[in-house]
Write a protein that binds this ligand. Structure first.
Ligand code: FPP
Ligand code: MG
Length: 251
C-alpha cells in the first residue's frame, strides 16, 4: 500500500499519462483525486501497521515513508554538482527505492522473531535488491519502449533527471557536462546526450553495477543460518531467483 501510494504521488509529480500500460489515475481523474487516493492508501497502511503492535516495525516503516519523500525531494532539488555526482545518485536511489525493500525485509524478519543478526541480513538483501532494481529501471528508461514498459520511455532525461547511464557517460566524455548543465527543455539537448550515451559504456557499466548489487543480495541469502526444511529451502531459492529476475527483466 505504501508503494502504490508513492507511485500515485509520483505520477502526479512526473505528470505521467500511463502506468503499467493503462491511463494513470492522475491522467484519468485529475491530480487532486490521485493525491487523495495516495493519502488514503497511506492512512490505511498506517492503520494496518499500528494493528501489529510492534513499535520497532512501526518505526522502520515510518522511516521508509520519510525516505521516500527525502528521495523524491533530493531528485527534484539538485545543484549542478549534485546532479552530476554518482554518490548523490546512489544515496537518492537508496531513499527512493531501496529503503522500502530493505526495511520491509528487516521488519518481516523481526516479526518472525529472528535475531538482530538475521534481520540485518534481510536488510542487506532488500537494500541490494532495491538498488539493482532501480539501476535496471534507469537503464530501461533509455533502452525500453513505451509499449514494453507500460509507461513513458526517456522520461527521466526529459525531466532533467540524471541517472547512472548518463553519469558514467559523463566520466568518459566530460564535455557532456555542458549539455547537462544547459538542461533538457530543448529536445535537441536530449538527442545530444543520447548520442554521447550511445558512444559510451554507460548502459553496460550501469548493468554491471546492478549485477554487483544483485550478487550481494544473493550472498545475503546464502549467509542466513543453515536450515534444511523444505519450505525454507524453497523460499530461499525464490529470493535468490528474484535477484536474477531484477537484472534480466525487460519491462
Ligand atoms: C518512482 O520513481 C517513485 C518512487 C520510487 C517513490 C516516489 C515517492 C514519493 C512521490 C513521495 C511520496 C510518498 C508516499 C509514501 C505517499 P520513478 O519516477 O523513477 O519510477 P517510474 O518510472 O515507475 O515512475
Ligand atoms: Mg515516475
Amino acid at each position: 500500500m505504501i508503494h502504490v501510494a508513492s507511485l500515485l504521488h509520483d505520477d502526479v509529480l512526473d505528470d505521467a499519462d500511463t502506468r503499467r500500460g493503462i491511463g494513470s489515475l492522475n491522467f484519468m481523474m485529475g491530480n487532486k483525486l490521485a493525491v487523495l487516493a495516495g493519502d488514503f492508501l497511506l492512512s490505511r497502511a498506517c492503520v494496518a501497521l499500528a494493528s501489529l503492535k510492534n513499535t520497532e516495525v512501526v518505526s522502520l516503516l515510518a522511516t521508509v515513508v520519510e525516505h521516500l519523500v527525502t528521495g523524491e525531494t533530493m531528485q527534484m532539488t539538485t545543484t549542478s554538482e549534485q546532479r552530476c555526482s554518482m554518490e548523490y545518485y546512489m544515496q537518492k536511489t537508496y531513499y527512493k527505492t531501496a529503503s522500502l525493500i530493505s526495511n520491509s525485509c528487516k521488519a518481516i524478519a523481526l516479526l518472525a522473531g529472528q535475531t538482530a543478526e538475521v534481520s540485518m541480513m534481510a536488510f542487506e538483501y532488500g537494500k541490494n535488491l532495491g538498488l539493482a532494481y532501480q539501476l535496471i529501471d534507469d537503464v530501461l528508461d533509455f533502452t525500453g519502449t513505451s509499449t514494453s514498459l507500460g509507461k513513458g520511455s526517456l522520461s527521466d532525461i526529459r525531466h532533467g533527471i540524471i541517472t547512472a547511464p548518463i553519469l558514467y557517460a559523463l566520466e568518459e566524455f566530460p564535455e557532456l557536462r555542458v549539455v547537462v548543465d544547459q538542461g533538457f527543455d530543448n529536445p535537441a539537448n536530449v538527442n545530444r546526450a543520447l548520442e554521447y550515451l550511445r558512444k559510451s559504456h554507460g548502459i553496460q557499466r550501469t548493468r554491471d553495477l546492478a549485477r554487483k548489487h544483485a550478487n550481494l543480495a544473493s550472498v545475503a541469502i546464502d549467509s542466513l543460518p543453515q536450515n534444511d526444511e523444505e519450505d525454507v529451502q524453497r523460499s530461499r531459492r525464490a529470493l535468490a531467483e528474484l535477484t536474477q529476475r531484477v537484472i534480466t527483466r525487460t519491462k
